[in-house]
Ligand binder design. Structure first.
Ligand code: FMN
Length: 177
């Protein structure tokens, strides 16, 4: 069984999960920019991990656009975001990124990453600053903040790492099983 683990990471958290998964499965590890659908022909199992960016899984089109070419292979996608893992976020990410057919074909996992503003691109820094302003305005108006919004205000100036090696266990068990 040959397995490829491909990742797209902006600040390193998805890369960390991809590395753990590739080690646990003795799989080959690739950064998404270096991967083509043609290269994936050589693998029985293809695992793609992308960071969450405005509920989109960064780079997941490498998988969704090439599902026909991946026929006969096991396809797994994991997303890494700041949100606390629960059924709501799982469904939100699934609905936002996959059609119903794709959901049947792809096994999906969600892992909690972290936040490191110092490693963001300039565009992402600006986006986060705007988001922070929006949440602060909401707070100022006395409106109720969602848990994610409260979390964002709390960690904005810090760097936090919620990654956990244990959380990859269901994915590893699925591939091994
Ligand atoms: C502009 C921007 C948008 C983001 N959108 C989301 C989101 O919709 N949901 C979420 O859970 N995390 C979101 N995040 C947080 C990242 O997904 C999180 O920091 C993740 O760990 C980054 O992974 P990486 O280090 O592999 O890039 C966002 C971060 C940035 C900078």
């Amino acid at each position: 069984m040959k397995t490829a683990v491909i990742y797209k990471s902006r600040t390193g958290f998805t890369k960390k999960y991809a590395l753990w998964i590739s080690e646990a499965l003795s799989a080959e590890l690739f950064e998404a920019s270096y991967v083509s659908a043609k290269m994936l022909e050589a693998y029985d199992t293809v695992i793609f991990g992308g960071n969450l960016h405005a509920v989109g899984i960064d780079g997941v089109k490498l998988i969704t656009r090439n599902l026909l070419k991946l026929k006969g292979k096991r396809v797994i996608v994991f997303a890494v975001g700041l949100s606390v893992p629960d059924e709501k976020i799982r469904n939100e990410v699934l609905n936002n990124n996959f059609s119903l057919d794709e959901r049947e074909r792809i096994r999906f996992f969600y892992f909690r990453g972290g936040f490191d503003r110092s490693r963001l691109s300039l565009t992402d820094k600006i986006l986060m600053a705007l988001l922070k302003k929006k949440i602060e305005n909401k707070k100022r108006k006395g409106l109720k903040l969602a848990d994610d919004e409260k979390g964002m205000l709390a960690i904005y100036d810090k760097s936090v790492d919620y990654t956990s090696k244990k959380s990859i266990e269901p994915l590893v068990a699925y591939v091994k099983g």
